[in-house]
Design a protein around this ligand. Structure first.
Ligand code: NAD
Length: 244
């Protein structure tokens, strides 16, 4: 029988890019999936799109309740919603630090808090947080973003320790530069998007961007029974970037 048959998954940011790929892969493996997203209209076919803002606690609580009401259970949580920021420590004012931290870090904290009572009742509970190669690698012009992703990785380890004995496994995935609408938006803002794309491919250790599906398969592995003995780990899907 399918790996995720009878299970219910929440994917934040599940209406675009990596989150949408995760939602598709989980659906293909038998899960019922809810995508919590600012713009849920982009949720893949067969996925329940729910409008939610992970930076608002009331919005998160209502959305998680909606999933529980619709499906009666929550087994898998993928904290994927995130936003970017560019610049050094001198470039981002305090309110921007707070804003990006509020989405990337506190977003995962809020959704986890709301989902934990349901996850505790699941025989197959798993949380996967999407951090980034930026969590473990010094990348120019990414001070704020990298700090939030480092925090997401640390949070994953701490949560793994706290919830292991409750039967909830927590891990994170650290993607390299991945081919998603997010990255496409950055390319489109360049004078010559095709040339920029070729340059970006060439900067990756394996000569190309990571695909959203490659990241999604790592998330699905950590969310499912094949990784039953794995907790507190960060799985890089970055072509080896973090080792350079
Ligand atoms: P994306 O912009 O294509 O998709 C992100 C989704 O999150 C969007 O649907 C957006 O509406 C949603 N979202 C944003 N803020 C939200 C909020 N406050 N509440 C609810 N939903 C919100 O981005 P992506 O490239 O698929 O990135 C997904 C995750 O992967 C992010 O956490 C990002 O930091 C991480 N990541 C991406 C890359 C990359 O190169 N694309 C690399 C490493 C890590």
């Amino acid at each position: 029988s399918p790996e995720f048959e009878d299970l219910v998954a929440i994917v934040t940011g599940g209406a675009s890019g990596i989150g949408a790929a995760v939602a598709r892969e989980l659906t293909d493996r038998g899960a019922r999936v809810a995508a919590l997203d600012l713009e849920p209209g982009g949720a893949p076919q067969g996925v329940l799109g729910i409008k939610a803002d992970v930076s608002e606690d009331d919005s998160v609580r209502a959305a998680v309740q909606e999933v529980a009401d619709a499906y009666g259970r929550i087994d898998v949580l993928v904290n994927n919603a995130g936003i970017g920021a560019q610049g050094t420590v001198e470039d981002n004012p305090d309110d921007q630090w707070h804003r990006v931290f509020d989405v990337n870090v506190m977003g995962a904290v809020r959704v986890t808090r709301a989902a934990l009572p349901y996850l505790r009742r699941s025989p197959a509970a798993a949380i996967v947080n999407v951090a980034s190669v930026a969590a473990t690698t010094g990348i120019p012009q990414r001070a704020l973003y990298s700090t939030t992703k480092g925090a997401v990785q640390s949070l994953s380890m701490a949560m793994a320790a706290d919830h292991l004995r409750e039967g909830i496994r927590v891990n994170c995935v650290n993607p390299g530069t991945a081919d998603t609408p997010w990255v496409q938006r950055l390319l489109d803002s360049a004078p010559d998007p095709a040339a920029e794309r070729a340059a970006l491919d060439a900067r990756q250790p394996h000569g190309r961007l990571v695909s959203a599906e490659e990241v999604a398969l790592a998330v699905v592995y950590l969310a499912g029974p094949s990784s039953g003995s794995t907790a507190g780990t960060a799985l890089a899907v970055d072509g080896g970037m973090a080792t350079l």
